[in-house]
Design a protein around this ligand. Structure first.
Ligand SMILES: *Cc1c(COP(=O)(O)O)cnc(C)c1O
Length: 353
């Protein structure tokens, strides 16, 4: 006899983690910070280790108060989760169910389609435009009476493109106010255009906007799993119902608070990552690869049929990347040493060609 399992999950791919790197190789496959945690953050976590026999504060009240003060919003509008991917799931479950549609651009964050299907809703993927950016007009045209949420990943993963603050404003204003627009700003700290921070401003001015932020990328806490959302009250209340209880550890909350206190130090690191990202793109262009200008901590190379070739070339040079077969390669911005390796690998090809 075969065990009964949930019907429909055959269509849901399991989340695929960025390739792990062999010892000594550069892991540029998951958009993590190349920097070790800040000493002040390590100390904050160590100070809490003696309390791990207790459940964490499920409401993360101290962290939410810090964030509420920083953004000037009521703490009731802030929710935390085990990474912003959990918050994306919460937001979907908060507004959509069987028969509803949730829209996103494609290609975008790989988790979106699965999260939508797991909620029983229908994913609506709207192709990116020729510049590898969100096609906001096409997204508006794809809204139906069943649309419950629209994700705008800004900057977009994996292409690194942004929509401007004005484009985003026009889009949000044109979306019916009973449809939630989720602005996923996982990479906002690396954005050097006017769309930096646009999500929070839109949240303030419109009743149907939620913003997603994570501590995994710019703050360097990917291993601790913590992020937050700022959402309209009725959405935030539903999120608290669908959240897995005690999903965010006390250690993660302490690390997040210490990171908010260390932003000047983190800003220096973020500038390094931005500089290496720009250098990485220039190196790829110089070597003849069609690298897209990026506002995130990675560079997208829509290599098409040459995707495997580029992935293998870099792997042989000790650089592990994220390849999307037939589409392209996403290379995270690493340390100077990591990008030196990319440079060496690309030059080696020119010599052998
Ligand atoms: C990495 C990423 C996230 C979330 O990461 P967490 O580690 O779960 O916080 C969310 N959205 C996008 C677009 C990402 O690339």
């Amino acid at each position: 006899m075969t065990l009964h399992t949930r019907a429909g999950l055959e269509a849901v791919p399991a989340y695929r983690q960025g390739r792990s790197a062999p010892a000594g190789a550069s892991k540029l496959s998951s958009n993590e910070s190349p920097h070790a945690p800040l000493p002040s953050v390590v100390t904050a976590v160590q100070e809490r280790l003696g309390s791990i026999h207790r459940y964490p504060d499920m409401s993360a009240s101290a962290l939410r108060d810090d964030l509420a003060a920083r953004y000037g919003v009521d703490p009731s509008l802030i929710t935390v989760g085990a990474g912003s991917v959990e918050l994306a799931a919460q937001l979907i479950h908060a507004v959509a169910g069987e028969g509803d549609e949730v829209m996103f651009a494609w290609r975008s964050f790989e988790a979106y389609p699965s999260l939508v299907r797991i909620a029983g809703a229908t994913p609506v993927a709207v192709p990116l435009n020729a510049e590898h950016a969100h096609d906001l007009d096409a997204m508006l045209a794809a809204i139906t009476p069943r649309t419950r949420a629209i994700f705008v990943c800004n900057p977009n993963n994996p292409t690194g493109t942004v929509v401007t603050a004005a484009e985003l404003e026009g889009f949000v204003a044109a979306v019916p106010h009973d449809v939630l627009v989720v602005i996923d700003e996982a990479y906002v700290h690396f954005d050097r255009t006017d769309s930096y921070g646009a999500g929070i401003e839109l949240f303030r001015r419109h009743p149907h906007v939620a913003v997603l932020h994570t501590f995994s990328k710019a703050y360097g806490l990917a291993g601790l799993r913590i992020g937050y959302a700022i959402s309209p009250l009725e959405v935030a209340e539903n999120q608290r119902k669908v959240a897995v209880p005690f999903g965010v550890t006390d250690l993660a909350q302490a690390a997040a608070r210490a990171s908010l206190d260390a932003e000047d130090e983190l800003a220096v690191r973020i500038e390094e990552v931005v500089a290496q990202r720009n250098r990485l793109r220039d190196l790829l262009i110089d070597a003849g690869w069609p690298a897209v200008a990026s506002q995130a901590n990675f560079v997208w190379v829509p290599a098409g049929e040459r995707t495997d070739e580029l992935e293998a070339l870099l792997r042989e040079g000790g650089v592990i990347t994220r390849a999307f077969p037939g589409e392209g390669v996403r290379i995270s911005s690493g340390s100077v040493v990591d990008i030196d390796r990319v440079a060496a690998a690309l030059v080696r090809e020119e010599v052998s060609a």
